[in-house]
Design a protein around this ligand. Structure first.
Ligand code: FES
Length: 143
């Protein structure tokens, strides 16, 4: 069997194996719909964790990260803010925009203040704000 024959048989076999799954809607790779961003993830209700801000994206003003369903950002003033990460429109994680000190959804451009209040739709529900407390390089994020 040469290479061409091998790939022809393997390719046909894989297609034959996936076809029934696609028809039944089982194989996620067959779908172009991204259900992970179609429904907002509820804001975490009870939160209490710590982050080391001596390294990584929170080491510099303007940096942010998403962890435990929360976006944690370091403002231009060096203070820390935290809100639920999942956009209340369709669930895409929001980004921190240091220039405007707000959170922006990259999906449909909803905007939220630094405290999570909707300032531009299509989102109509606020993000949940969490408390932050810095001791040395240890940042506590809690509800
Ligand atoms: S998912 Fe955020 S604005 Fe639509």
């Amino acid at each position: 069997m040469n290479r061409k024959d091998f790939f022809a048989k393997v390719g046909f076999g894989a297609a034959a194996a996936l076809l029934p799954a696609c028809i039944a809607g089982i194989a996620s790779s067959c779908s172009s719909d991204s259900s992970s961003t179609s429904t907002p993830v509820p804001a975490p209700a009870s939160v209490d964790f710590i982050l080391d801000v001596s390294t990584g994206s929170l080491n510099a003003n303007g940096g942010f990260l998403v962890t435990n369903g929360i976006v944690v950002a370091r403002t231009n003033l060096g203070t820390f803010i935290a809100v639920s990460a999942s956009c209340t429109h369709e669930g895409t994680n929001v980004n921190y925009n240091v220039s405007n000190n707000n959170f922006v959804c990259p999906n449909h451009n909803a905007k939220f203040s630094s405290t999570g209040v909707v300032t531009q739709g299509p989102a109509s529900t606020n993000l949940k704000q969490y408390n932050t407390s810095l001791t040395g390089n240890t940042l506590r994020v809690y509800s």
